[in-house]
Design a protein around this ligand. Structure first.
Ligand SMILES: N[C@@H](CCC(=O)N[C@@H](CS)C(=O)NCC(=O)O)C(=O)O
Length: 130
């Protein structure tokens, strides 16, 4: 979505999870050492290739490099920018919980429910109260 919003050209490479293609050497070596999506490759201004993995890192990289008009990011280091950064990091740690929960990996889900959920609820409640 962000690539579209930024009007950037891009090429999508489809991976078959059922064939575990995300764990193949070409992908792990060149795109994401953790064998997961989303991940992107790009070319730096000096012409060298670069990879960026983890959804948050990909979003921050794209905005940092290509959002020249500042449509998707507040001025760097501003109060609002730091607030967004905080919520991006928070939402990513929340998604780890959700993934673990829906995959029903019992121990991981238990740990998430026991320790992470109360942590996640606290700032949300506080934010709602204002
Ligand atoms: N923390 C990662 C999570 C990435 C993730 O778990 N992606 C899933 C698809 S939504 C995946 O690639 N699963 C394949 C696998 O675990 O082998 C992120 O935010 O990018």
């Amino acid at each position: 979505m962000l690539l579209e919003e930024l009007g950037l050209p891009y090429k999508v490479t489809e991976l078959s999870f059922s064939k575990n293609e995300q764990k193949e050497a070409w992908f792990v070596d060149n795109v994401n050492p953790n064998g997961r999506i989303p991940a992107i490759t790009d070319v730096l201004p000096d012409g060298t290739p670069v990879r960026v993995f983890e959804s948050g890192a990909v979003l921050l990289y794209l905005v940092e490099r290509y959002d020249v008009e500042g449509k998707f990011r507040y001025p760097r280091g501003s109060r609002e920018d730091l607030e967004v950064l905080s919520w991006v990091c928070f939402s990513l740690s929340l998604s780890l919980f959700l993934f673990s929960f829906f995959r029903i990996k019992a121990l991981f889900s238990f740990l998430s429910l026991r320790f992470f959920l109360p942590e996640a609820k606290r700032p949300i409640k506080k934010e709602r109260k204002g």
